[in-house]
Design a protein around this ligand. Structure first.
Ligand code: SAH
Length: 423
């Protein structure tokens, strides 16, 4: 979602005559796009703002957008008095106002719902992977999560608006569509004129009809919203990639209950089984939180066990961090930092092992991969496999032109694959 927001902000400013620069000291406007999900990232924002302040041109405008902006609100101006703007994740389309009135302080952290989607200028050229937001916010209220506060309650965008965006992306360079939402598979939109209700499966079906679009994916999913119509898409729609991020967060039933993730482990496992029945080559990844308040050694061992059972690839794991406005921050039995670190190291090392072994199992296979462009050295091209693994290929004139190519995997480690283009 943050990549999408960043692209839209860049496109909006380009319409006002700006161009992107890597050099802070050259910039006329500096926008820090922020995430408030974990404490560590939030803490970094204000030290980064301090650094920006010292390095920027004296008259350059600077400010924060996104979830930390919403969380901090007017206090951000108290902490950094020369900050020019503070805009929440649903009001960054107001950014041009600061260009008109550079001497004011621009503050808008309202939850304006879907207004920004109507007000942002259309993208003129799509990147190969087009991120298309389909819903905003979340109704699940997991007890650790700040998202319902920063992004608000769930709202689904009109079906027709999304299809207009996917078509535009397809006609201007997109090869892959990635549907986005904090609770993407909870997408539900009822057309008032016809009374028909549309779900994510309907969006996938319609998007798959676009010839230029070769790959479709979506993130991030809530386990119990994997309804049968959506699971069936993995059986019937070959353009839907065989990879799904479906966070379980913990393998302990007790911890899940306290997290307010009211699914049973058996139900989660059933969903994985159904997905595998629909698409035998599907791989699942997860997010995990370790050290949630009250998590015992045995709870943690159950998380290790579920990771072993599902054999996740490409997962993310985090130490629990208490967030403002959340119920878990007030729970007793907060876990000491040292235990969180120990558990995270153990889980990470196992998840890395799983990832390495999946990567190694790909050696010798040929996969259709999407080119993201050259690496930093310019000697290689970086491709994404259908499982979102990074695959490095030696650049030749032949490879450069192809955005989608069949790549034979020749080597693998934990982080990435090496491959060569097949004719
Ligand atoms: N469904 C949302 C969740 C985003 S947060 C979305 O994709 O937009 C991404 C991950 O951060 C969560 O799946 C969870 O594993 C982790 N996370 C969220 N709140 C956290 C907290 N308070 N401490 C540690 N990790 C957290």
């Amino acid at each position: 979602m943050n990549v999408y927001d960043g692209q839209r902000i860049a496109a909006m400013l380009e319409k006002h005559g700006f161009e992107q620069t890597d050099a802070l000291s050259d910039a006329d406007i500096i926008i820090l796009n922020t995430c408030a999900v974990r404490e560590k990232a939030t803490n970094k924002v204000f030290s980064a703002l301090g650094r920006i302040r010292r390095a920027k041109k004296p008259d350059a405008l600077f400010g924060i957008v996104g979830c930390v902006a919403r969380e901090a609100g007017a206090t951000a101006f108290q902490r950094i008095p020369d900050l020019n703007f503070v805009l929440g994740p649903q009001s960054y389309h107001k950014l041009p106002e600061i260009l008109k009135n550079p001497d004011t302080k621009l503050l808008n952290i309202d939850l304006t719902g879907l207004e920004k989607f109507d007000e942002l200028p259309q993208m003129e050229k799509s990147p190969a992977v087009a991120y298309i937001p389909i819903q905003e916010g979340c109704n699940h209220c997991c007890t650790y999560c700040i998202v319902p506060y920063t992004r608000g309650r769930e709202l689904s965008r009109p079906f027709k608006d999304i299809l207009r965006d996917t078509e535009l992306a397809a006609n201007t360079g997109a090869i892959e569509i990635c549907f986005l939402g904090q609770n993407v598979n909870g997408y539900k939109y009822t057309d008032e004129a016809t009374g028909k209700t549309y779900r994510l499966s309907d969006l996938i079906k319609e998007t798959a009809k676009l010839n230029n679009i070769k790959r479709i994916r979506f993130t991030s999913s809530y386990p119990t919203e994997m309804t049968d119509d959506l699971i069936d898409m993995f059986r019937t729609e070959p353009k839907l990639l065989p990879f799904l991020n479906m966070p379980i967060q913990s393998g302990s039933q007790n911890v899940l209950t306290r997290m307010n993730r009211p699914y049973t482990l058996n139900l989660y496992i059933d969903i994985v089984d159904k997905l595998k029945a629909a698409r035998p080559d599907i791989q699942i990844s997860s997010d995990f939180i370790v050290g949630f308040p009250g998590e015992t050694d045995s709870d943690f061992e159950q998380t290790m066990e579920i990771a072993k059972k599902i054999k996740y690839i490409n997962s993310y794991s985090f130490k629990y961090s208490p967030r403002p406005h959340t119920a878990a921050a007030l729970m007793k039995d907060q876990i000491p930092e040292s235990i969180k670190s120990e558990r995270l190291a153990k889980l990470d090392s196992y998840l890395n092992e799983l990832q390495r072994s999946f990567n190694e199992s790909c050696i010798g296979k040929t996969m259709e991969c999407l080119c993201e462009g050259p690496d930093k050295t310019g000697k290689h091209l970086v491709y994404r496999t259908p499982y979102m693994q990074q695959c490095i290929v030696n650049a030749t004139s032949k490879t450069c032109e192809k955005q989608l190519a069949n790549i034979r995997i020749t080597a693998a480690n934990k982080a990435s694959l090496r491959g060569e283009v097949q004719d």
